[in-house]
Write a protein that binds this ligand. Sequence first.
Ligand SMILES: [Zn+2]
Length: 136
Amino acid sequence: MSERPLPVIAEPDSSAFWAATASHELTYQRCSECERVVFYPRRHCPYCASLQLSVHKSTGMGKIYTFTIVRRSDHPFFGQRVPFVIAWIELDEGFRMLSNVIDTGLDQLTIGLPVQVQWEDYDDLSIPVFKKADSA
Ligand SMILES: [Zn+2]
């Protein structure tokens, strides 16, 4: 079975994010100057260029903003997972991330569906994916 391609965690802006995933913490940043939520992780605020970013832990609860179902892939890993779901997830804290929706029937997928984070564990990090929320 082919293995999932994993992020390079030595990358300076995102290394802390990936390190936190190993303990199942989904983190995001907030700008101390303009107070906007910042995601993906980076060194400066994309809205006001401030370097004063603080890191916060997300509850991992959100909703599907939009999604697509991949039914064919020539990639050695993703090809064995079809059909699978790629979705923009809107987290309750106000940021969006691209991820997969797993363990949820394709006929249950809707825009706005409440979802909660799940983790695929690897040696040095975990990949955040989502499933239909228990409360949905
Ligand atoms: Zn800012």
